[in-house]
Design a protein around this ligand. Structure first.
Ligand code: MG
Length: 251
């Protein structure tokens, strides 16, 4: 790594650490390392689902900066907040409510933060529904980070919509993966298990931190394996999934 790349990466990492969000610093460092690896492998651009106020965006940008490549991160969010960020939920942030519409809007603060940290050449904001964007997306990706809405329908749509876009050797990162139901909701953990069971991914344990898990797409078998896994779970959902989905819906 050149000294300029290292200097810029460290500055972005420091800025990310001071940015509001839900990622721990250890998780952010792991994401930075994963992003540096993915960008350096030159398999395509990187993509995250769940921009919010830019914390993970800047950790990922720090990884791209470290790689010294000219690739970019696409950062997808409708910016109206996930289910768990709406009024009455613990993650609600009242200062993000747009007075004119009454809706949450995190886009102005996300954009201010990315520009203040001089990361706008590394990051491209994509505003809209993740599922709709995925269904219109044809560029192969080197890294996908799933950290959007954590309800079952949204998480599974993000996983099924985006994981097949990875190049062989690309990285699938999922946040809020909790093996113990006492620690958090089920859908991220179930998607992580599904990826492993599909045969299209293996664990990249070096990048695991707190509730962040990272998997490597293993190659040409990936799309077929995912298709099989999707058909199987659509026809006969495993009991753990249906039980957890019911629980999530009741929350
Ligand atoms: Mg998260």
């Amino acid at each position: 790594m050149s000294s300029e790349s290292a200097r810029r990466s460290n500055a972005l990492r420091d800025a990310a650490s001071e940015t509001t969000g839900f990622l721990s610093v250890d998780e952010g460092e792991a994401l930075r390392a994963a992003a540096s690896h993915a960008a350096g492998a030159r398999l395509g651009p990187l993509l995250e689902i769940g921009s919010y106020l830019g914390r993970s965006t800047l950790f990922l940008a720090a990884g791209i900066a470290a790689s010294g490549t000219s690739t970019v991160l696409y950062s997808i969010d409708h910016h109206h907040g996930s289910e768990e960020m709406q009024a009455g939920w613990p993650d609600h942030e009242g200062s993000l409510v747009d007075e004119a519409t009454g809706k949450m809007d995190s886009l102005p603060r996300w954009r201010q933060r990315i520009e203040a940290c001089n990361a706008d050449d590394l990051v491209i904001g994509v505003i809209g529904s993740s599922a709709r964007i995925a269904s219109n997306w044809s560029t192969t990706l080197s890294l996908v980070f799933i950290d959007g809405g954590h309800g079952a329908a949204v998480e599974w749509a993000d996983y099924r919509g985006w994981s097949p876009k990875l190049a062989p050797g690309g990285l699938l990162a999922i946040h809020d993966v909790f093996a113990d139901p006492a620690d958090g909701g089920r859908p991220p953990y179930e998607c992580y298990l599904d990826a492993l069971a599909s045969g299209g991914f293996v664990e990249a344990g070096d990048y695991a931190a707190d509730s962040l898990r990272v998997l490597v797409a293993t190659g040409p078998a990936t799309p077929a394996a995912l298709t099989r896994a999707s058909k199987r779970s659509a026809a006969t959902p495993p009991s753990i999934t249906s039980a957890a989905m019911t629980t999530a819906a009741e929350e």
